[in-house]
Write a protein that binds this ligand. Structure first.
Ligand code: FPP
Length: 251
């Protein structure tokens, strides 16, 4: 039976890297230590994703709402950007990783902005895997900034449709995510890629992000490979002549 299996490996994986704080608390360490180990897990998953043929990886590193966290945690996370860029960027660049940042840069410090600019510039020519880091990002912000830019470009209401607006979204250079992973046991999207995940397969795991390793990634990919993606259509089967025929299956 043919049921739109789709490619076994997703082209684009989006991840909410949740659970760093609890991971650190369990070890009686400050939350920011959990984020530090979270960066190590991220670097590992970037290289593992590239090795598995994933073309786009988009990760939620700092949400528009994360400013409400304790000041020392916010500054710890900002500091980690500089540490991560100086510690890991060269190897990523060598490994064919292209880094893109999505989110509102106007609110972050000059130092953080410079680190992200450097990461983007150094890796601009790479295409093995594109890693988009959502930083000071919110899904609703993304829709609003896209509308605003479309209006600034002089589009009339009649010219605006889904395809046109997509060109103004932060991830306009990437296909929509095939697979969304959230670690840490919570089962929600938390204002991540609201526009882009309309038909994305969702996968939730209790694993805390610093523990998310290649085996955990493979478990998510195996689960994805079993999904039947229909994009709002009905299931199809083939008739005796090998032609697709519709099956009456509810979405
Ligand atoms: C959620 O865990 C995680 C974050 C808010 C930050 C995620 C950031 C990283 C993994 C580091 C990436 C950083 C760079 C510089 C690329 P949580 O703190 O909400 O954990 P909890 O739910 O256990 O409290």
């Amino acid at each position: 039976m043919v049921t739109e299996p789709g490619p076994a490996v997703p082209r684009h994986v989006a991840i909410v890297m949740d659970g760093n704080g609890r991971w650190a608390n369990k070890r009686l360490m400050p939350r920011v230590v959990g984020h530090k180990f979270g960066v190590d897990a991220l670097v590992n998953i970037i290289h593992a994703s590239a090795a598995r043929g994933i073309e786009y990886l988009t990760v939620f590193a700092f949400s528009s709402e994360n400013w409400k966290r304790p000041q020392d945690e916010v500054s710890g996370l900002m500091n980690l950007v500089m540490v991560a860029v100086s510690k890991y960027l060269a190897r990523m660049a060598e490994d064919g990783v292209r880094i893109r940042i999505i989110g509102d840069r106007s609110q972050v410090s000059e130092k953080v902005r410079a680190a992200w600019d450097h990461a983007e510039t150094l890796t601009a020519g790479n295409r093995r895997i594109t890693v988009s880091v959502a930083f000071n990002y919110g899904g609703r912000w993304d829709v609003v900034q896209a509308c605003r830019r479309a209006m600034e470009a002089g589009l009339s209401p009649a010219e605006l449709d889904e395809q046109v607006l997509s060109r103004y979204m932060s991830l306009s250079y990437a296909p929509d995510p095939d697979l969304f992973i959230r670690t840490g046991g919570e089962v929600r999207i938390s204002n991540f890629l609201l526009w882009q995940t309309a038909y994305t397969e969702l996968y939730f795991t209790d694993c805390l992000w610093p523990d998310f390793d290649e085996r955990a990634l493979d478990a998510a990919l195996a689960d994805y490979a079993r999904r039947d993606r229909r994009f709002g259509r009905v299931k199809t089967d083939v008739d005796a002549g090998g032609q697709p025929r519709a099956l009456p299956v509810a979405d």
